[in-house]
Design a protein around this ligand. Structure first.
Ligand code: PSU
Ligand code: MN
Length: 311
């Protein structure tokens, strides 16, 4: 693999060479998804959780023009401290940030792109972007969904926040051939809650079954990734009414302030965090750790299928 813009962390490079499991992690969740210093603490804990579950973490970002798969502690600290001042990088932004030698935090879409460049097939995060409520008027559809349609990475998440229209998000994914798997559930989790009124396409009950489906898809060269929806652990799930009220208020505030484009999601995330206070942040942290565990296990099983002789 020769990509003049890509730098692999030595641990990531070694794991990939040896055929060991690697889990990609995004950085917009650090800069724009959580407040400092919890964002940095969480990013480091999530990396540790991946290691404890037998895989190597590769947190992805663009640092001074270099596409990085695997960050140092200092780089994570910098992104966390800079917060909203760091550029949020999605697919369209990558070449410009690289060409300018600038630093940017990667969304689900751009993390998938850089993971795929590095040869990483599994990625853990909190929530994916999707079709926003009111998209019939605003046309606000996250580039994450198009990325899932074309880039071969499985994204383990806790579903999507209700700042989005979940029904339209599922319709969009169906149209673009992106499967949505529920881990041990027939329901699409709604981030802070374990279920929603929407069904997933496939319920699979083990990391091994998920890895087999990934292997089948890519061994037959079907393009694109998949969504692995992993419900928040019961003990950390939140009352739906509190979340719904906060989301409604956040959406109204965004409309009143004329927030749009790439600012929309970070604004809504920050507003929901503010309105629900420490409880939602604690839940958010726990669901990301839970996704890191499942992703490490999926990556381990997927790796075993790539190289059956070694197992
Ligand atoms: N949803 C969350 N937390 C997040 C994001 C979404 O619950 O941190 C971030 C992810 O990085 C995701 C991005 O890829 O927001 C989507 O932004 P947009 O809607 O502008 O595509
Ligand atoms: Mn958008």
């Amino acid at each position: 693999m020769t990509n003049p813009y890509l730098d692999l962390h030595p641990d990531v490079a070694e794991a990939l060479t040896l055929g060991r499991p690697v889990v990609a992690l995004e950085s917009t969740i650090i800069s724009h998804g959580m407040p400092y210093p919890q964002n940095v603490e969480t990013a480091l804990r999530v990396e540790e959780e991946v290691r404890l579950n037998g895989a190597v973490p590769a947190t992805i970002a663009i640092i001074r023009g270099r596409l990085k798969a695997g960050l140092t502690r200092d780089e994570i600290e910098q992104l966390g401290q800079a917060g909203g001042d760091v550029v949020k990088v999605s697919r369209r932004d990558i070449p410009f940030i690289a060409a300018a030698g600038a630093t940017g935090a990667t969304t689900v879409a751009s993390t998938m792109i850089i993971a795929a460049m590095a040869g990483i097939r599994v990625f853990a995060t909190g929530g994916i972007g999707g079709v926003h409520r009111g998209a019939q008027q605003s046309f606000d559809v996250s580039a994450d969904l198009q990325e899932l349609a074309q880039t071969p990475v499985a994204v383990v998440c806790a579903g999507a926040k209700s700042i989005l229209d979940l029904r339209l998000t599922l319709e969009y994914l169906e149209t673009h051939g992106v499967p949505v798997v529920g881990y041990q559930t027939p329901w699409l989790p709604e981030f802070f809650t374990r279920d929603s009124e929407h069904r997933v396409d496939y319920r699979l009950d083990s990391a091994e079954a998920i890895a087999r489906a990934m292997h089948a898809k890519w061994a037959m060269n079907l393009p694109g990734g998949m969504v692995i929806a992993n419900p928040i652990p019961e003990a950390f799930a939140m009352p739906r009414a509190a979340i719904d009220a906060a989301v409604e208020t956040a959406l109204r505030d965004a409309e009143r302030q004329g927030i749009g484009g790439k600012e929309s999601t970070p604004f809504l995330l920050a507003r929901v965090n503010e309105l629900t206070g420490g409880d939602s942040l604690a839940a958010n942290i726990q669901l990301v750790l839970n996704n890191a565990r499942l992703a490490a296990s999926v990556a381990t099983h997927y790796q075993a299928l790539q190289n059956p002789a070694a197992h």
